[in-house]
Write a protein that binds this ligand. Structure first.
Ligand SMILES: [Zn+2]
Ligand SMILES: [Zn+2]
Length: 245
């Protein structure tokens, strides 16, 4: 009985030993070996090197950030092309196409591999006002197209937001973002609707006065004098002499 139990206990303790002694990881290797592995990740597997850099403080300190030239080369790599990544000279990141103005990506001189690709910056960097109001690379009021959609650096709130075009805004309001402009346009529409109501009420009063005058001239004034409600229901009455026998 006891001889049957012994092997079972032995296997169990072996399992426990293995569980408490996990296999070594990249972190357990000597620094020289880690560096050799990291160097071999680039440029063949560009993102792996910088993905590893973001996994912990240790590798963040060990791996140098990419240089601008490295990024400009990598944006043209198969990985950069498939993912539609572009380099920003300010934040030194490879960022997706949606983070750049269309002009920054497509303009002849700033497209990938072109002479001024090194001048390209992302929208976030372009709208940053590091040295105070109005010091962004994109000045306030600038209209920027991103993936074919119109945006503006708002003159009013200084935020980068959707632009409203082909609407009835005043010229100075064309540099306002939608968030700022919508309440202004809404208030104006309400004002205009109210002014129109007043205008129509005044016109009705004027029409009634004119009708009374005509009725009085025909000697029918007293008979129809109190019939304002009748006239009001026919807003466009079309009165003419032939209406009366
Ligand atoms: Zn940037
Ligand atoms: Zn705004």
């Amino acid at each position: 009985m006891s001889t049957e139990l012994t092997p079972d206990l032995s296997i169990s303790s072996l399992d426990l030993h293995e569980a408490s002694d996990p296999k070594p990881t990249l972190l357990d290797l000597p620094v020289e070996l880690q560096k050799a592995i990291i160097e071999n990740l680039s440029p063949a597997d560009f993102p792996a090197k910088f993905n590893l850099r973001t996994t912990c403080h240790y590798f963040f300190a060990l791996i140098q950030p990419p240089t601008h030239n490295e990024l400009l080369a990598e944006e043209q790599s198969p990985y950069g092309c498939v993912k539609e990544l572009f380099a920003c000279r300010e934040c030194l990141r490879l960022r997706p196409n949606t983070k750049f103005a269309d002009d920054m990506r497509r303009k002849k001189n700033r497209a990938k591999g072109r002479q001024h690709a090194c001048m390209r910056f992302c929208i976030e960097c372009g709208t940053k006002e590091t040295h105070g109001p109005g010091t962004g690379k994109y000045t306030r009021g600038a209209h920027i197209k991103v993936m074919g959609v119109n945006y503006v650096v708002c003159m009013r709130c200084a935020q980068f937001g959707l632009a409203l075009l082909e609407r009835d805004q005043r010229p100075e309001e064309k540099s306002y973002c939608q968030a700022c402009l919508n309440p202004i346009l809404e208030a104006r529409r309400r004002q205009e609707a109210h002014a129109e109501e007043i205008r129509q009420a005044a016109a009705r009063v004027e029409r009634r006065a004119w009708r009374r005058q005509r009725l009085e001239a025909l000697g029918l004034g007293s008979e129809y004098e109190d019939s304002d409600n009748y006239y009001e229901s026919e807003d466009d009455w079309g009165f003419s002499d032939s209406s009366f026998p």
